[in-house]
Design a protein around this ligand. Structure first.
Ligand code: FAD
Length: 237
């Protein structure tokens, strides 16, 4: 119901001044006009619903509804104030993280992507790779449209797009008869629907894109020939 009112521009959501994560609903100008028009009908409907009640019960029910509304406002205001008091500032969080950077074991595509993701949030990391050099062998890798959405978030979308090979169709073949079982068209309609293409890349090329982005990022330190031997949990779960 609220979404429909919002779609018709009768209400809008705005962040609360206390806590930006809480969105409060406000009437727009056209919402206020609509409310003025419908209020008499709402009042009449409410009066009809309350009609069968004894006058004292009616009064009690209205007082309870009023109190519930006010108590909800107080709960929301109290929760926002508590969150404001307990939330450390972004600067403090970053300083804490950067005094004790996150350790990442393994410099494959996963480890490098984790380092870039943390860096996007301003969190420093040290990546430890057991091999003597950071690199990737292996063959091709298929990338669905969701991979490119993730690459954009990590800041390597353009570089990945530039070295990808775009395919127009994915075919499933019968291994015994070599006949086509089915196929998926990956052309313009597919790209428009999912907002990104389907592509294939050489694993080493993709790894190179991630590696370069990590090497260039001041919050990421890469160390090769470092094997992680054990993990000890010191923070409470
Ligand atoms: C045959 C095959 C085909 C695939 N095809 C696709 C595909 O088409 N599309 C797709 O999206 N995914 C595909 N995948 C999956 C995808 O390749 C993997 O999920 C992904 O590469 C895993 O990346 P990773 O960084 O987690 O691991 P890895 O690439 O295995 O990297 C792990 C790294 O950690 C290092 N390491 C290990 N132990 C330690 C330690 N103790 N200390 C320090 N360093 C350590 C290793 O040396 C290595 O560099 C395929 C996987 C396989 C096997």
């Amino acid at each position: 119901m609220i979404e429909r009112l919002e779609a018709k521009r009768y209400v809008e959501r705005k962040p609360s001044s206390g806590d930006k994560r809480i969105k409060l609903l406000y009437l727009t100008k056209s919402g206020a006009v609509l409310l003025r028009e419908v209020m008499p009908f709402v009042d009449r409907a409410q009066a009809r619903m309350l009609q069968p009640l004894k006058p004292t019960d009616r009064k009690t029910l209205l007082a309870l509804l009023d109190a519930a509304g006010r108590s909800q406002q107080r709960v929301l205001a109290g929760a926002a104030a508590r969150r404001r008091r307990s939330r450390p500032s972004r600067e403090k969080l970053m300083a804490q993280h950067n005094e004790r950077p996150v350790l990442i074991a393994g410099g494959g595509i996963g480890g490098l992507a984790a380092a870039l993701g943390l860096a996007q949030k301003g969190i420093a990391s040290i990546l430890l790779e057991k091999a003597s050099a950071l690199g990737e062998i292996g063959a091709g890798i298929q990338l669905g449209p969701n991979a490119f959405h993730a690459f954009d978030y990590l800041g390597v979308g353009e570089a990945a797009r530039n070295m990808a090979v775009y395919i127009d169709q994915q075919r499933l073949m019968d291994a015994l008869t070599a006949e086509e079982i089915t196929h998926v068209d990956l052309g313009d309609a597919f790209r428009a629907r999912f907002g990104n293409p389907y592509a294939v890349v050489h694993r080493g090329d993709l790894h190179g894109v991630f590696l370069k982005a990590c090497q260039d990022h001041p919050l990421i330190e890469l160390r090769s020939a470092r094997k992680c031997w054990a993990l000890t949990r010191t923070a409470p779960r």
